[in-house]
Design a protein around this ligand. Structure first.
Ligand SMILES: NC(=O)C1=CN([C@@H]2O[C@H](COP(=O)(O)OP(=O)(O)OC[C@H]3O[C@@H](n4cnc5c(N)ncnc54)[C@H](OP(=O)(O)O)[C@@H]3O)[C@@H](O)[C@H]2O)[C@@H](O)CC1
Ligand SMILES: Nc1ncnc2c1ncn2[C@@H]1O[C@H](COP(=O)(O)OP(=O)(O)O)[C@@H](O)[C@H]1O
Ligand SMILES: [K+]
Length: 500
């Protein structure tokens, strides 16, 4: 069966796509011509009333695209100004030719003196995929002038300063209204800082053969709402609860009982056949009051759980587990028992922190769900290191722990060891609320219990969680969104087709 989702690319792949598109091509500047023209058409389409156009050009081929666009705008009768730093005259042959053509047609180029000219539209053609270092002070001032101008900003290929590979900003990056990507979609625009800088996304393939793109190795595959149906098929008429698996959620030390309650509720609403919870005695009654469908027991150690452990199809360990003696004991014993009994595990929250503090070999088929802080602990680096290159971080985590990893946050990435990451850019900042990750853990466990493998369960669950977050936010707004709101809406999202 065809893989779900759409491929995204990194800079190396884009360079390979470019090389294959240009092979045998007489005019190497043909793609630059098409890029500049596509940029101008996009500008006209999106801002038909803009007459004063400021085009900020950098020294490379991204700047070349900008000169082509500027010439197009000039020929269309616009009031066009190219702006650049004195030190950033075009350096590539193709960009020099486009600059010369613009000047020959009477186009005006001004050096940036701290302010951009008045304009109805600003074109960002400073840097594209060739960004190679953090911008210096003068370039930073130019980037800030673009973002702070007040007019809409159309970025060509990449918002200047954002890494097209990593989705991170070293220093400063343009905040664009829209970004028109060329050739193929970039991973960096969809994770980490990417969405905040890129604005609305468009793509122009510049007329190249499809095979130039399909032959390149993707950096990630992006899944979206419609892909849920790939995993969440209608149930068999002859189904029974035993077919849909049994989830055991372990967690909820004193003061964090809500976490395991949320995980259990999410597991129920994501379709687990049976959900059992092992928690501190004080949480048993409230949990039963909220979820009478769950089987809840007080536990101090795994031997008290003997029957439940053996019966479970998957064990979710971590929500509210804490790092006290209770959590430590359950962590060690659960991992021992899961290894001995070959039980699939989902590890979250303090289970990840305990794992980082006491590294051990994990049994096969484990799913880890770190947010960037937990990911940093698991790799022994800083959170900023994780966010600087989220795609590399998720690959490194999967390899280091031999597990399927969900690296959470804006543009969540899911990766199996040695695999190509999945990208989920559904979801919204309303989801940055305590307890939201516990809901994800419950969903992964439920899908795992329903028979999905670790990677399928992780990517489908991360997508379902994000889609539910967006649907809940659409109903009542992002601010104040609660994990319970997602649980309430999960059922509607987990049955694609039935509630379209
Ligand atoms: N691929 C294709 O087929 C097509 C590509 N096209 C377009 O070309 C773009 C790629 O062009 P590109 O390779 O010339 O790189 P680009 O983004 O212009 O930047 C490189 C220049 O910037 C400089 N520089 C870098 N960082 C810097 C910094 N922080 N501060 C200051 N300077 C810095 C760097 O200097 P250097 O590192 O060499 O010192 C170099 O001079 C691509 O995104 C797309 O728009 C289209 O024409 C369609 C077809
Ligand atoms: N800005 C955001 N955009 C999209 N999803 C987000 C955003 N912030 C948080 N989320 C999602 O919400 C969940 C938060 O999980 P986590 O940080 O573990 O919360 P907690 O530990 O409080 O349960 C993750 O699935 C994450 O991907
Ligand atoms: K740009």
């Amino acid at each position: 069966m065809a893989l779900p989702g759409d491929p995204l690319y990194d800079t190396a792949a884009l360079r390979a796509i470019e090389a294959s598109a240009l092979a045998g091509q007489a005019d190497p500047a043909i793609l630059m011509q098409r890029a500049g023209r596509a940029g101008w058409q996009m500008a006209r389409r999106c801002w038909p009333d803009a007459r004063r156009i400021a085009v900020v050009c950098g020294p490379g081929n991204n700047g070349g695209d900008g000169y082509v666009l500027a010439l197009q705008a000039l020929q269309a009768g616009m009031d066009v100004r190219v702006v650049r730093l004195e030190s950033q005259a075009p350096r590539t042959e193709a960009a020099q030719a486009m600059c010369a053509a613009f000047e020959t047609a009477g186009g005006r180029i001004v050096h940036f003196d701290g302010a951009l000219p008045a304009a109805d539209l600003v074109i960002d053609a400073l840097f594209g995929i060739g960004l190679s270092r953090a911008p210096d002070d003068a370039t930073t001032a130019l980037i800030e002038a673009i973002s702070g101008h007040g007019a809409p900003v159309l970025a060509l290929d990449t918002p200047s300063g954002l890494s097209a590979d990593r989705g991170s900003v070293a220093g400063a990056a343009v905040v664009a209204t829209r970004t028109l990507q060329f050739l193929a979609p970039q991973l960096g625009l969809r994770t980490g800082d990417g969405p905040d800088h890129a604005g609305a996304l468009s793509l122009d393939t510049l007329g190249i053969a499809r095979t130039c793109v399909t032959d390149a190795r993707p950096a990630a595959r992006r899944v979206d709402t419609h892909d849920l149906a790939h995993w969440l098929k209608p149930r068999r008429r002859n189904a029974h609860k035993g077919r849909h698996g049994r989830v055991l959620c372990i967690g909820g030390d004193h003061s964090t009982g809500g976490a395991v309650l949320l995980a259990a509720g999410a597991a129920l609403r994501a379709g687990a056949g049976l959900v059992e919870v092992a928690t501190q005695g004080a949480h048993v009654a409230p949990l039963l009051a909220r979820w009478p469908e769950a089987m809840v027991r007080r536990t101090d150690n795994v031997s008290a759980l003997a029957g439940a452990f053996e019966a479970a199809d998957v064990v979710a360990l971590g929500p509210g587990l804490g790092r006290g003696a209770w959590g430590h004991t359950l962590f060690e014993e659960t991992l021992d028992a899961a290894t001995a009994n070959d039980r699939p595990l989902v590890l979250d929250a303090d289970a990840l922190n305990l794992l980082a503090a006491r590294p051990r070999t994990l049994p096969a088929g484990v799913v880890l769900t770190p947010h960037p802080g937990e990911a940093a602990r698991l790799l022994g680096v800083d959170t900023a290191d994780i966010q600087r290159d989220r795609p590399a971080a998720v690959r490194a985590l999967a390899a280091r722990w031999n597990a399927v990893v969900v690296l959470k946050g804006a543009g969540s990435l899911v990766c199996a060891p040695g695999g190509v990451p999945w990208l989920i850019d559904a979801g919204n900042p309303g989801m940055a609320t305590g307890g939201m990750g516990d809901v994800l853990t419950g969903i992964i466990a439920a899908l795992r219990a329903q028979g999905h493998g670790a990677e399928d369960a992780a990517v489908c669950a991360a997508l379902l969680h994000a889609v539910a977050g967006d649907r809940a936010a659409a109903q009542g707004g992002e601010r104040g969104l609660l994990p319970g709101d997602l649980i309430d809406i999960l059922r509607a999202c987990a049955n694609p087709g039935a509630h379209a």
